[in-house]
Design a protein around this ligand. Structure first.
Ligand SMILES: Cc1ncc(COP(=O)(O)O)c(C=O)c1O
Length: 398
């Protein structure tokens, strides 16, 4: 099979030319210019470490928070810079206190690492985890709303909702869910790991209690860059996972929340410092900037899904309104199912080794089947989905 055409923008990334990279969703990928930007920050740090940390770092982090706040429409003072969404979720869960019997609501499509954190905390406090089963395939967003709201009881205190689910790639009706849940007095922890750079976020208007989002995924910032947004009325009870000097710094004209999150010990802040340049660098790649990037990636994910469904003879499992820039599909029935999560799927290895394709393939129980998920980013080209479709058709004997 002939290797597919690359996108005209692929040269901005350092991705292996021999790899058909269709998995932006897992860890993102950072443009070369931003990799250089990060190195510049590291050099600045090493040029004079004491001056960097004691005199300059706070100002740099403030510039990053301001750039982020402009992007996700919130007060920069309500943002904390964290390494990743897992840390963001843990920070909230491990700061909160629960009464025995309190209920924490979570859909079964939640990211397992975050679900683990919920289970850990619930067990510690004697809280109850209520799992809401979301069907897949799914007909419309209102199905999610009805099922989640039906899971709310008088004891529900917290709900963890995804913007876009990891296993099933579903764009959730998260804004409406936040409105309904918060309206009922249920705090929402929005797992927007797939969020910034992928879909528009208006945090203040939305009003979720807590939101965490990865900048290293769809914003394409360096790895280890994410934010946590905490609504002002909750900030007093939320502490970083690492308690440090910030706990006792004289308050001055800032908040304890700011002090605590801005200093959690010596660490490499170069990924966060690179965020303002990342926002600009990506926006300059295509006419129309970020709105055009999001639209382009959505359209390409839809096109890719159509190509794959047509070639493999499978149904699209959700409407377009539930697709952002990733799309999960079920492999044709009769294929090997039941391969436990965390064990490499042989098909993934075959795609990687025989065809040079990087795409996740796994099995899952809800419902039982074998799935794969495509991503679409500026460096991808329509041809790459045709190439994947042909490879899958060959391997599955279609
Ligand atoms: C929905 C969701 N939540 C959380 C995460 C965790 O992200 P990280 O590993 O950057 O903490 C992911 C990663 O793919 C995800 O998809």
């Amino acid at each position: 099979m002939q290797h597919p055409t690359r996108s005209g923008l692929a040269h901005h990334w350092s991705l292996d030319e021999n790899c058909v990279f269709l998995n932006h969703g897992s860890f993102g990928a950072t443009p070369v210019e931003i990799q250089k930007e990060q190195r510049t920050w590291q050099q600045k740090l090493e040029h004079e470490p004491v001056r960097f940390y004691e005199d300059l770092a706070m100002g740099f982090m403030e510039a990053t928070r301001s750039a982020l706040a402009g992007f996700v429409h919130c007060d920069p003072d309500d943002l904390a810079l964290v390494e990743n969404a897992t840390t963001g979720v843990n920070t909230i869960l491990r700061s909160l206190t629960f009464n025995e019997g309190d209920e924490i609501l979570v859909p079964d499509h939640a990211y397992q690492a975050c679900r683990n954190a919920i289970d850990f905390v619930a067990e510690r406090w004697g809280a109850v985890v209520v799992t809401v089963n979301i069907p897949f395939p799914i007909d419309e967003p209102s199905t999610v709303i009805d099922l989640i709201m039906a899971g709310v009881s008088e004891r529900t205190v917290l709900a963890m909702i995804d913007t876009v689910t990891s296993p099933t790639g579903l764009l959730m009706p998260f804004e409406r869910l936040v409105e309904l849940l918060e309206g009922k007095g249920v705090s929402v922890l929005l797992d927007a790991a797939h969020g910034i750079g992928m879909i528009p976020l208006h945090l203040d208007e939305m009003g979720a209690s807590y939101t965490t989002s990865n900048c290293h995924k769809w914003l394409c910032a360096p790895k280890g860059s994410a934010f946590l947004h905490v609504r002002k009325d909750h900030q007093e009870k939320i502490h970083p996972l690492t308690i440090s000097h910030g706990m006792t710094f004289p308050l001055g004209d800032t908040t304890r929340f700011r002090h605590e999150f801005d200093w959690t010990g010596t660490r490499d802040i170069s990924a966060w410092c690179s965020i303002p340049a990342t926002i600009d660098c990506m926006a300059e790649m295509i006419d129309g900037g970020w709105p055009a990037i999001m639209q382009h990636n959505h359209d390409l994910a839809m096109k890719g899904r159509e190509i794959l469904c047509d070639r493999l003879g499978i149904e699209a499992p959700c409407p377009e309104s539930m697709i952002s820039c990733i799309a999960t599909m079920m492999l044709p029935p009769g294929e090997l199912g039941g391969i436990p999560l965390h064990e490499p799927d042989p098909l993934h290895s075959v795609l990687q080794e025989k065809y040079g394709i990087q795409v996740p393939v796994w099995s899952w129980d809800s419902p039982k089947g074998r799935y794969f998920r495509i991503s679409a980013q500026l460096y991808n080209h329509e041809d790459e989905y045709h190439y994947l479709a042909e490879a899958l058709a060959t391997e599955l004997g279609l």
